[in-house]
Design a protein around this ligand. Sequence first.
Ligand code: SF4
Ligand code: SF4
Length: 164
Amino acid sequence: MSKTDTQASQSSKFSVADHLKEIVTGFVSLLKGMKLTFGYLISPKKVITQQYPENRETLKMFPRFRGRLKFRLDEEGRHLCTACSMCERACPNGTISVLSTKDENKRKVLAKYVYRLNQCTLCNLCVESCPFGALEMGHDFEMASYDRDSLVFILNQKEQDNDN
Ligand code: SF4
Ligand code: SF4
């Protein structure tokens, strides 16, 4: 047998072995998948897939889900914002405008906290930058709108505070 014939024969053997290995691996993988599928069929309570939108009324988002930006409120329903503007500076795309004024004691207080959801990437940098823990990402979903104006929120307006 020539050297070339020997090489061809070895290559053909490896190829068959590789194919057999792939068939066995594929079959084992199929069995694993079927085991999972039948497991859920027998115990449907284990299924974690959300049946959306059928469960819209009862759906609770997971704690780490990031919806739109919101103020955190204290026990008396007051926000914690001091108008320091740290969040405004931390936001990479100008989503937040903090407008301040002075109170009767000449102390800086929040006049208007403007949040533009249509610009927000929900990156959470503003929440992390706030030294007073005044912000959080809410759990709202289905926030799409054809009206851009409806995506601009004044967070310190009473009705939107209560929306928390
Ligand atoms: S979540 Fe990100 S993009 Fe949205 S307001 Fe905060 S810092 Fe800006
Ligand atoms: S939300 Fe926090 S970081 Fe932003 S202005 Fe208010 S206190 Fe400062």
